[in-house]
Write a protein that binds this ligand. Sequence first.
Ligand SMILES: Nc1ncnc2c1ncn2[C@@H]1O[C@H](COP(=O)(O)OP(=O)(O)OP(=O)(O)O)[C@@H](O)[C@H]1O
Length: 896
Amino acid sequence: MTVSPPEPNSTHGVPDRLIKHAVRYADHQLVNRNDLTPMMRHYADVKDQYPHAILLYRVGDFYETFFQDAIVISRELEIVLTSKDGGKDVGRVPLSGIPHHALDRYSAQLVEKGYAIAVCDQVEDPAEAQGLVRREITRVITPGTILEEGMLNARRNNFLVAVVIAGTHWGLAYADISTGEFLTTQSSGLDALNHEITRLQPAEILCPTNAPDLGRLLRPGETSKQLPDCLPTQFCYTLRSQSPFSQVEARQRLLQRFRVRSLEGMGCEHLPLAVRAAGGLLEYLESTSERTVLDRKKHITPQQVPLQPVCTYTLTEYLTLDNQTRRNLEITQTVRDGTFHGSLLWALDETITPMGSRALRRWLLQPLLNISEIQARQETIKELVENGILRDDLQRLLRQIYDLERLAGRAGSGTASPRDLVSLADSVSRLPDLSRLVATARSPYLKALQNVPPVLEHLGTRLHAHLVERPPLAIKDGGLIRPDIVPQLDAMRQQATADEKWLADLEVLERDRTGLSTLKVGYSKTFGYFISISRSKADQVPPEYERKQTLTNEERFITAELKERESRILNARKELGAMEYEVFVSLRTEVGEQAELIRSVAHAVAAADALAGLAKVAVYQGYCCPDMVAGRDIAIGEGRHPVVEQSLPAGFFVPNSTQLGKSDHDIAPSHPDLIVLTGPNASGKSCYLRQIGLIQLMAQMGSFVPAEHARLGICDRIFTRVGAVDDLATGQSTFMVEMNETANILNHATARSLVLLDEIGRGTATFDGLSIAWAVAEHLASEVRARTVFATHYHELNELASLLPNVENFQVTVKEMPDQIIFLHKVQPGGADRSYGIEAGRLAGLPPSVIDRARQVMHQIEKHSKIAIGLGKGKPSDPTTPQPDSDLTTQLDIFR
Ligand SMILES: Nc1ncnc2c1ncn2[C@@H]1O[C@H](COP(=O)(O)OP(=O)(O)OP(=O)(O)O)[C@@H](O)[C@H]1O
């Protein structure tokens, strides 16, 4: 591993600020191992085993890093970079360290930046070590394998994903080890894979490759030839070897882990790619995160990550939302600045617990297709809307329930602290109250809370009986377990108390006995307990006092009895701490064994929390329960945009109705499949368009919707094409992005889809754009028959309504005043013939001279230019081919 060292004066990647420390080596691989100090040599050997992780190496009260890792962490964490002696012939090497108690905080920062961390702990007491203290890796933390509470975002899942791609087919498995979820799927189409990954927003993705640098973590945005092109680059990737992802190995691993003979019960026996992804993911967890726990004798015991048996899902179980649609509908973040504030989730999240909030986020990103599942959620919301007292009481109780999902996960993985167990006991002991509260409830999600498993009640009582109300943070120093629970502990405590009392009384007794009124009993780290006498009286001490230390003003003595008591007290404290820790660990194991059950209760609580939150929003925002039907109708009475409405003063939002897709022409009136929506700039077209998509999405996730009434058929997909964004990263122009998105819609939309198009064809020449817009609208209306709203400034598209029976025109109205226009935001039948773009420009502050000139130019254009299809009342012979006015050559003249 060692290579020739650099020339003595070479700087070899050493940062300038270390050159003055005479540091020559910035890379541990450049140093001859035999020249290193024993500790440094061990560090370098361990580092070789974890080349792609930052190695945090415990030295006393610090986790230290050396060589290249020291340079990285000092840069990333903005902490001091200094140096330490690496050996006689090596000189000083870079050093950067963090205090041991700040491990979580700094690890969180490093992981957030996409680094993996290997934690190397001291696994023997330095005081008892013969030579170098024994150290071992106790934890490898990667972005997708975090369990530590302080490093996780409470309100969202932390997913680890594994993908296996075979041609255009793929398997994807994902797990959140903090909550135990473990799912897998198989499908085809690389776009669909990209959309599924983006939906999950994984913290880390595992990708099997034949790469030479296996184990490498690619940070977000970093590319590698080993990574298939179809994968989105904004996530962290870990390159893994192929073999655990092979069918045989992966299947075997799953069978062993979940102790089953076949994967049939998990639904993936016949989905080889799903099995391969799941098995590969499991192998990664087993090799990196099956953490080790140090017991009181510093023995390392492996601890399994508590995962639920893998569950197979299909993409077609849910309403399909592609990346653009999730982005354009601003479901979890806004388009403009990527913030949570202003998103749909922001408007709807009135949950109390982090579990409820995570459930709501999941539901919003995976709306349902099954009407009865939707109705089960609706019924629960309805009951909570109608019974305000029940809703308030439920939310009040939920406030006392902690994150049971993650608490169970930490208990199962051996990382829960005593405080975690107390929080868990507090939460579990609230479950019977919850069950009593919903005893007479009728709706499915509330009924699910009626039965509390007796074993959990018993567990809560046991934890409360054993653990003190507020255990200390340091878990090995005792003070965790209540008295009168473990007789052996009580006996030890009594002895320790007696000894401590003896010590407390000693000062008074000895003062009396010796007549030395300045005598004191003290404690120092070096000598332990001592008796201190002022130097002037030191010659008056009794003969059994043994002089130990002389200070300027005092002499310190010990006695045989004092030393004996001292060693009893110190031993007792140590023993007590260790025994309490043992009792705590066995309690934690008991909880871990119930992790599965706790999680199933947690799911029920999370769902009830999400629904109570939705009920609250429904009440305060005046939402209605949509009638979900099997047909294709989208009938919304006086609908509103759930987010814009909340951002405007009460009563300012103008509601608008929508009727789409009622194709049964025998029952009049029928409703169009496609609406051409025109209207001036800034009149509210985009808002109206999105409002329809959001109402449909909310309805399919089971929520009430912002409308007076709604009757909605189930959609298989919602597509949106909104605005124009350059995708410079992939080298695509604005227009090409627009065309790609449009192609995706035309190739995948069905009669059951909802398509929302906000301007098509704006990024090219007017005639090209109009021609494309026309052809797209025509195809959607007559071939696909998808329910579509097409917002446009090409007023010529209004002609389509006179050509196709299932197309209608609507416009967002304004009121024209002599010197201004007033936005009414009202959608009405008919097509607009003007865009008032110049007026919008004036309102935006374009200079008056530019506005005047624009008016002049427009006047000229209107006089000279007409597009054939927009001209007439009659139908053109071939409407798909827009014909410019024969006089079009005069266009050039009009700018004169
Ligand atoms: N129904 C409504 N009630 C009240 N305010 C509304 C309504 N619809 C839209 N608005 C307000 O009008 C603003 C402009 O709306 P929107 O962006 O939808 O216009 P637009 O017609 O799509 O404009 P453009 O054609 O320039 O893209 C919104 O930011 C919103 O504040």
